[in-house]
Design a protein around this ligand. Structure first.
Ligand code: HEC
Ligand code: HEC
Ligand code: HEC
Length: 131
């Protein structure tokens, strides 16, 4: 009488195999997929560099800006398309992305990073210099 459990196990394995794709499809829809990001409210069309570049390299841009301002005393960034920007996290980046919660934070929550910049750089006051 040892075949009964065996049959049950086989049935369960087959059932699991049939159901699994549907479960994965559901999980895929519910839990993953990048969050919808808010567009900058000002109607701006371009970031300081192309969007795809910013997605991957915005941290590099920010670190370059910080070093330029703090170590070299330079204030103006000339973008690859020739436009000029004041190198400031709060005034420039957040000046456009003023909906920080629906933009920076939403993406960071999704990828589980918590930049600690806001311990010093003030938000939402625009232009609030770090003290
Ligand atoms: C002149 C306005 C403006 C400024 C200044 C600006 N951005 Fe943007 N940013 C945009 C626009 C417009 C987009 C494109 C949004 C889109 O494609 O939906 C964008 C896209 C991005 C993206 C990619 C979002 C995505 O969909 O993957 C990141 C990250 C980003 N910006 C970060 C920054 C940071 C950091 C700074 C400061 C160094 C900054 N931005 C400065 C307007 C700006
Ligand atoms: C499209 C998603 C996305 C958006 C939008 C986005 N970030 Fe990020 N951010 C990331 C990812 C992913 C990382 C971690 C990986 C990396 O270093 O690129 C990160 C890391 C950072 C870090 C470094 C954190 C650390 O602890 O090292 C800073 C600073 C930062 N982001 C600033 C910003 C600011 C400011 C904005 C809004 C203007 C913003 N990001 C918008 C995806 C995003
Ligand atoms: C311990 C406090 C502190 C933290 C944390 C901090 N900063 Fe700063 N940051 C400063 C100070 C102070 C200055 C110089 C302010 C000035 O010159 O007006 C500065 C300047 C900058 C500047 C150039 C000037 C400006 O107004 O933006 C950038 C860009 C910058 N920081 C980016 C960042 C980013 C990105 C993070 C997070 C990864 C960060 N900082 C975290 C204190 C801090």
């Amino acid at each position: 009488m040892y075949s009964k459990p065996l049959v049950l196990i086989i049935i369960m394995v087959v059932l699991a195999g049939l159901v699994a794709p549907f479960i994965y499809a559901r999980i895929g829809k519910g839990a993953s997929g990048p969050p919808t990001l808010a567009a900058p409210p000002g109607g701006e069309k371009e970031c300081v560099e192309p969007t795809a570049y910013m997605r991957r390299h915005h941290v590099d841009v920010l670190m370059k800006w910080r070093d330029a301002v703090v170590r070299e005393g330079r204030l103006t960034y000339v973008a690859s398309n020739g436009r000029q920007y004041v190198m400031s996290l709060t005034t420039t980046c957040i000046g456009c992305h003023s909906n920080k919660a629906d933009f920076c934070d939403r993406c960071h929550d999704y990828v589980r990073v918590q930049p600690r910049c806001w311990e010093c750089h003030t938000f939402p006051e625009k232009g609030g210099a770090a003290r």
